[in-house]
Design a protein around this ligand. Structure first.
Ligand SMILES: [Zn+2]
Length: 60
C-alpha cells in the first residue's frame, strides 16, 4: 500500500464537514469574566456558560 493514509471516505467526510463547519464564536462574560464558545452568532442570544449571564462581549 502507498503512503496515502487518508481513505476516500475520510477525504469526502473532511470535504463535506469542512464546508459546513459549525462556526463557534468566542465570548467573555462581563460578570464573571469566564470565556466560552457559543455557536450563537447573535450576542443577544449568547449566555455565559459559567453563570448564565447574558451580559457578555464578543472576543475578536
Ligand atoms: Zn459569567
Amino acid at each position: 500500500m502507498g503512503n496515502d493514509s487518508m481513505t476516500l471516505t475520510e477525504r469526502l467526510k473532511k470535504w463535506v464537514t469542512g464546508s459546513k463547519d459549525p462556526e463557534m464564536y468566542q465570548y467573555q462574560c462581563n460578570v464573571c469574566q469566564a470565556t466560552f464558545d457559543s455557536p450563537e452568532a447573535d450576542i443577544q442570544a449568547a449566555a455565559c456558560d459559567a453563570c448564565g449571564a447574558s451580559n457578555v462581549r464578543a472576543l475578536e
